[in-house]
Design a protein around this ligand. Structure first.
Ligand code: PNS
Length: 200
């Protein structure tokens, strides 16, 4: 029988461990993950997670849910995908998309192996656990991977950003400048302030 055993040398211990090469290759190489969400609007916490996910998976699809049942969003799906596309330019393995219907069906169509979700605090856990287990029930091969954003973003949510901004508070440093501009345009009806280099 042909084995795929490689030997992993651990010089300090002077031993060679048999390692199944399928397991090495089968790990995250080529893995497509989906980071689904509302992203209404994208925050620095979302971007933090996207950066972490892009390092772990070969391809990360950030996908905005088109959900007619949800409460009225502030930004249209197109406005959100447009912002996300601009904000994720630095990560070449990140793709922006949108979906409707069951997430597991969408994941199957794309051949995704994992769903990426952020957990900020214990309060997120119950909702996330329910969703992860339901998705596992619907499609057992699809794993949900949880990652934690940087602590400085652990209290951030799109809902809080909208509340604070709409009531006149500052969201600087909590969302990218592009999102702040779009919030101004959406809520105050002002054109985004462009920083022009005039050379003067
Ligand atoms: O950012 P959100 O609003 O917390 O994201 C929720 C999202 C989009 C992940 C969830 O609502 C979802 O998966 N919607 C798609 C419909 C679906 O598959 N529902 C069953 C999930 S258990």
């Amino acid at each position: 029988m042909r084995t795929n055993a490689l030997h992993l040398c651990v010089p300090r211990l002077r031993i060679a461990l048999p390692v199944d090469s399928h397991r090495i290759r089968g790990a995250l190489k080529g893995a497509i993950a989906i980071y689904p969400g509302s992203f209404d609007p994208p925050t620095n916490g979302h971007l933090d997670l996207i950066e972490r996910g892009s390092k772990l998976f070969e391809k990360l699809i950030v996908s905005v849910v088109r959900n007619p049942d949800k409460t009225q969003p502030l930004f249209t799906v197109e406005e959100r995908t447009d912002m996300l596309a601009a904000l994720t330019q630095p990560w070449k393995n990140v793709v922006i998309d949108s979906f409707e219907g069951l997430l597991v069906d969408y994941a199957r169509r794309l051949g995704a192996r994992a769903l990426l979700r952020g957990i900020r605090a214990i309060s997120d856990y119950e909702y996330e656990l329910q969703m992860a287990l339901m998705n596992r029930k619907l499609q057992p091969e699809l794993e949900t991977v949880f990652m934690m954003p940087a602590e400085k973003y652990s209290y951030l949510s799109s809902r809080l950003i909208k509340d604070v901004f709409q009531l006149g508070g500052s969201v600087r440093g909590l969302v990218p400048p592009l999102v702040e501009q779009r919030l101004h345009r959406k809520v105050n009806g002002t054109r985004p302030r462009l920083v022009r280099k005039t050379g003067k």
